[in-house]
Design a protein around this ligand. Structure first.
Ligand code: S3P
Length: 444
């Protein structure tokens, strides 16, 4: 599919973005491994989160869809899962594969995890090695570091102390979930703050979790209780609308009920530092913090992004690169080498595609240097099969002087299937069309 984005006037209106992707995965997984019924409202029905539900169904979890985004999951405890009679296909979703590994590591049965070409190329050793130290038996391609992976099953896991070389919520979460099945205490220390949704939800579901700075600990034996989980809108999806409204003249939008957990909300701080015209109205309620976010046309200036803030906005860096492309002055992005092992090499992807559209962008090993300009032309770019690259390029296309055509754009449905509809509702000129016949490559 090709997404054609035409230069647009300002965005205006009030919208909601779909539920948070990270929290949706966790609600389904913790609900399934817990006791009792978990009712979820605002579940993100995108390809990634549906892959998690599909895997849980294969593992024998009863799941009922009551209405769009509204689910009931019957938890069966750690012992309720059954050996899947097929391969668990995690699609494009690293969260599905890594968190499931944490749950399956302590199961007495055999399971195989795979995913699409992107997921099969992503590093899994960072989860497998620490799980093995707890007694898990996991095999995989490339010396046990790439999917497809076979989890051989092992009934006894032992709590261990782990010091992660990179801040990663997926690795931390996998180890904590395995830790609930292990004997003794499992401790995870990270070099920086990664998103803490697993810890928050475990506590909300009655599991004691000890948090001390960058160290988290759980003791084996307790499992989540069911209950009600209301998922806020995904700040990572809101990010595209925020940047689009900031760079387009005559914009004024409000995005309702967005999750603003401080381990995710780095984009707010950075856009404020860039001079964005932002208002955050916190909303009352228990659980994850949320807010209505109003953003209007802004004169952005360059900034520096690096250090501890990076994990709190890691998924937003492609669209922040677009904000930087329209800002006055230079933006430096550092300490973001993790971007190279996301759904694609996002540092290379943005450098190549923004460069193609005339942005002054320099690729560094761990980020970019971007010199802003408000005078960008359009053209044809590639989405690299990566949802965040496609959406970031689409935002850029709204602000260029001529249309931007994005090839390989279907990946949007991985995290934000309503992206085009919502942009149109706000007044953007975007259209989807089938790939041109000469673009279709047949492989025999
Ligand atoms: C996620 C964690 C992040 C993020 C990813 C989702 C999660 O990766 O990039 O999109 O749901 O735990 P890390 O594991 O590198 O923190």
């Amino acid at each position: 599919m090709i997404l054609q984005v035409n230069p647009s006037r300002g965005l205006r209106g009030r919208v909601k973005v779909p539920g948070d992707k990270s929290i949706s995965h966790r609600a389904a997984l913790l609900g399934a491994m817990g006791h009792g019924v978990t009712r979820i409202e605002g579940f993100l029905e995108s390809e990634d989160c549906l892959a998690t539900l599909q895997c849980l169904l294969l593992l024998g979890t009863p799941i009922k869809r009551l209405a769009p985004g509204s689910y009931e999951i019957q938890g069966m405890g750690y012992d309720g899962f059954r050996e899947p009679n097929d391969v668990l296909d995690c699609g494009n979703s690293g969260t599905t594969m890594r968190l499931l590994m944490g749950i399956l590591a302590g199961q007495p049965f055999f399971s195989v995890l795979t995913g699409d070409a992107s997921l099969r190329s992503r590093p899994m050793g960072r989860v497998i090695e620490p799980l093995r130290s707890m007694g898990a038996r996991i095999l995989g391609r490339a010396g046990g570091t790439r999917a497809p992976l076979a989890v051989l099953g092992s009934e006894r896991l032992e709590g261990k102390t782990h010091r992660l070389p990179v801040a990663s919520a997926q690795v931390k979460s996998a180890l904590l979930l395995a830790g609930l099945r292990a004997e003794g205490v499992t401790v995870v220390t990270e070099p920086g703050p990664s998103r803490n949704h697993t810890e928050v939800m475990l506590q909300q579901m009655g599991v004691p979790v000890e948090v001390d700075g960058l160290t988290v600990a759980v003791e084996g034996g307790s499992l989540p209780n069911g209950g009600q989980i209301n998922i806020p809108g995904d700040i990572s999806s809101a990010a595209y609308l925020m940047v689009a409204a900031a760079i387009l003249p005559d914009s004024d939008i409000t995005i309702e009920n967005v999750g603003i957990n401080s381990t995710r909300a780095g984009i707010i701080e950075v856009l404020e530092a860039m001079g964005a015209n932002l208002e955050i109205e916190p909303l009352p309620g228990a659980g994850e913090p949320k807010a209505n976010i109003r953003i209007r046309t802004s004169t952005l200036c360059g900034t520096e992004i690096g250090g501890a803030i990076v994990p709190t906005l890691i998924d937003e860096l492609p669209v922040l690169a677009v904000a930087a492309a329209f800002a006055q002055g230079t933006t430096f992005v550092r300490d973001a080498a993790e971007l190279r092992v996301k759904e694609c090499d996002r540092i290379a992807a943005m450098a190549e595609e923004l460069g193609r559209l005339g942005v002054d962008i320099e690729e560094r090993s761990d980020g970019w240097v971007i010199r802003g300009s408000r005078d960008l032309s359009g053209g044809r770019v590639r989405g690299w099969g990566d949802h965040r690259i496609v959406m970031a390029l689409a935002v850029l296309g709204l602000g260029t002087k001529a249309p931007v055509e994005i090839e390989d754009a279907e990946a949007v449905s991985v995290s934000f299937p309503e992206f085009v509809t919502i942009l149109k509702e706000l007044g953007a000129e975007v259209e989807e069309r089938a790939s041109d016949p000469e673009d279709v490559q047949v492989s025999w």
